[in-house]
Design a protein around this ligand. Structure first.
Ligand SMILES: Nc1ncnc2c1ncn2[C@@H]1O[C@H](COP(=O)(O)OP(=O)(O)OP(=O)(O)O)[C@@H](O)[C@H]1O
Ligand SMILES: [Mg+2]
Length: 302
């Protein structure tokens, strides 16, 4: 099912936590939702899942507006809330059983068993939820989010606080279950989004600051500004650099210089020619690609 967020604004008292946020996901898309702490990710996810009303704007699931009382529509959505609040006193199967009853599912025992298998909970299923490690708690949260076979999945920081092995397992699990589903997954780690999503929406202070395919974002970074570090065999007066074509700015860094190109330029040939013309020997000439983490910081700083 498609998911559309249309001009959603949300106030908490005087504070505008979301400011005219719009984007949409096509059926089957797995999108990362990124932003620093306090950007508004959780707020939007609560609005999408119908737990919180927007102050303005609306959410459409397959073209149908979501309301607080949209019972049928909510059945289409699976939600793993931030910090995954669970009932610690319940056994794993007991909890999933309760979740299944909430949705009035048929063949509940079968569904519970199926979810335990799907999320790899077998070895821990005899434990109470309170006794589970974070990774397994997260699996219970995912099982709960999936048990009614929703077509839209909203996952709020599903890998936060997990060790690297668990992170990888949970990511694989998400990739596996997200086939055929429309998924929005929040995180503040761009790397994570890069490895599992094909689309990224970045918000900062309640506003969308980027919305593109992961590959596009990388292209933007390349086009935006190449940086080249160059070290010469002797001191150079920096006034000479202004003659080099394509340089936007430069600064000394250690024994060398860091040059930033104007967008779209590759500085390396020009720097090489500059060295030859000035009878300098180039000791180092290395390109520093901006990585996605840099773009994220640029988009969300200040
Ligand atoms: N119930 C609330 N009452 C008042 N303000 C709130 C409430 N919930 C969130 N906020 C504020 O709204 C802003 C957005 O918060 P939100 O939790 O949506 O951010 P987030 O992107 O999920 O952050 P994080 O990465 O830390 O989880 C923050 O400034 C937060 O303090
Ligand atoms: Mg949050």
């Amino acid at each position: 099912m498609s998911l559309e967020i249309q001009q959603v604004t949300r106030y908490y008292g005087q504070q505008k936590a979301l400011d005219n946020v719009s984007f949409s996901l096509k059926k089957g898309e797995l999108a990362g939702f990124l932003g620093p702490n306090g950007a508004g990710k959780t707020t939007l996810m609560k609005i999408i899942t119908g737990f919180l009303p927007p102050s303005e704007g609306e959410i459409l699931i397959n073209g149908i507006p979501m309301q607080i009382d949209s019972v049928e529509l909510k059945r289409e959505i699976g939600y793993l809330p931030e910090n995954n609040p669970l009932y610690n006193d319940l056994y794993v199967a007991e909890y999933l059983d309760t979740a299944a009853r909430f949705y009035r599912l048929r063949n509940i025992r079968e569904k519970v068993r199926e979810m335990i298998g799907l999320t790899g909970l077998e070895p821990e299923q005899h434990k109470k939820i309170g006794a589970l490690s974070k990774g397994y708690r997260q699996r219970v949260g995912l099982a709960q989010a999936l048990i009614h076979q929703p077509s839209v999945l909203i996952l709020d920081e599903p890998t936060s606080g997990l060790d690297p092995n668990q992170v990888e397992e949970i990511r694989n699990l998400i990739t596996g279950i997200s086939e055929e589903k429309t998924v929005l997954l929040s995180s503040h780690i761009l790397r994570e989004i890069e490895t599992i999503c094909n689309r990224v929406v970045i918000i900062n202070k309640g506003r969308v600051v980027a919305d593109s395919d992961i590959s596009e974002l990388r292209d933007i970074s390349l086009i935006q500004s190449q940086q080249v570090f160059a070290e010469f065999d002797r001191q150079v007066s920096s006034t000479a650099f202004s003659a080099i074509e394509g340089i936007h700015e430069f600064r000394q860094e250690g024994k060398g210089w860091l040059f930033t190109a104007i967008p779209g330029k590759d500085l390396r040939p020009a720097l090489f020619r500059f060295a030859v013309d000035s009878r300098l020997t180039l000791l180092t000439l290395t390109e520093r690609r901006q990585d996605l983490e840099d773009i994220f910081q640029q988009l969300t700083k200040g």
